[in-house]
Design a protein around this ligand. Structure first.
Ligand code: ZN
Length: 134
């Protein structure tokens, strides 16, 4: 794993959260994107080396809507950047971690991603992400 690529925060209202985080971080989101495969709207803020991803569910069966229903708004996941996501999935599976996605899928911000099951990572939802080759 290379670094923490971003931290994902679940929000109820992306527009309101964008305003709030723009004030907090003193910068505007560099990207606002809908991810159909996950039923979420996302926005990304860049602060130095790090990014913050805000996520809003677009339907009641979205993972984000379910998360907020259970736990309320807040930190949703930590994403680590990797060079070779397929290799990393294999390595982690071998180490006994449970993957939610055994094969990488399209994510936001030009990435392919895979999530680990929080039950095997001390309750923290962890995302692996790899930059897509353009
Ligand atoms: Zn993410």
């Amino acid at each position: 794993m290379k670094k923490i690529e971003h931290i994902g925060i679940a929000v109820k209202d992306l527009k309101a959260a964008n305003k709030l985080y723009s004030k907090l971080l003193n910068t505007s989101p560099y990207k606002i994107e809908e991810v159909d495969s996950e039923n979420v709207n996302t926005s990304f803020f860049k602060i130095g080396e790090s990014k913050i991803e805000l996520l809003e569910g677009t339907s009641s069966d979205s993972p984000i809507s379910k998360f907020i229903e259970k736990k309320g708004e807040g930190v949703h996941h930590i994403a680590f950047e990797v060079d070779d996501i397929e290799k990393e999935i294999k390595r982690l599976t071998k180490e006994g971690f449970r993957m939610i996605h055994e094969r990488p899928k399209d994510g936001a911000d030009n990435k392919i991603i895979a999530f680990l099951h929080p039950k095997s990572t001390s309750g923290v939802l962890i995302e692996l992400c790899q930059e897509k080759v353009r």
